[in-house]
Design a protein around this ligand. Sequence first.
Ligand SMILES: [Zn+2]
Length: 194
Amino acid sequence: MEIRSYRGKLALKEYEAVVRDFHGHLAPGVLMGGFMVDWALEVMEPCQILDALVETRKCLPDAVQILTKCTIGNGWLRILDQGKLSLILYDKETMHGARVCLDPQRLCQFPLIRAWAMKERSKKENPLDPLIEEMMHAGRRIFGCQEVVVDKIPGALPAYSNPKICPICHEPFRYGTHGICVSCADPFFHAKDL
Ligand SMILES: [Zn+2]
């Protein structure tokens, strides 16, 4: 079994190794995300200018970052967190794309994946190794794949304004209120210069 990526196909074992390296451990969600991105890339194959929307903040974004050129940092990957195990790869010029989502009806044949996805059992009651094995066996058979047109990006962040210097911390910033940067308006850390 192979997984498509922007660098060419990866053997499943190679993908597993990259997941461990990038994500920290072989998480079921990132493994599953590999099959999802593989399917979406297969549909979108001729397209070189992909953007990605991922509908959960957990695990799946890392599968997209490993296998496509879309990252959080370059802005081509957006997380629209609805806690849904689904993702869209789309052509940013035509807005046409492929959406791969978990299909609960298809999960009937895969009780461990179902228990994991629906949080029917604790991690202790659904140990990782048999779950991963069932995922490898299932491959893309637990998903549906749709052709989609992206009409709008909900919750897209407003454009940055030009940098201003914050009168409190004296650092340049691009988001803030009343001319003060966010971390001075509502501090979330305290610091000492080194
Ligand atoms: Zn400040």
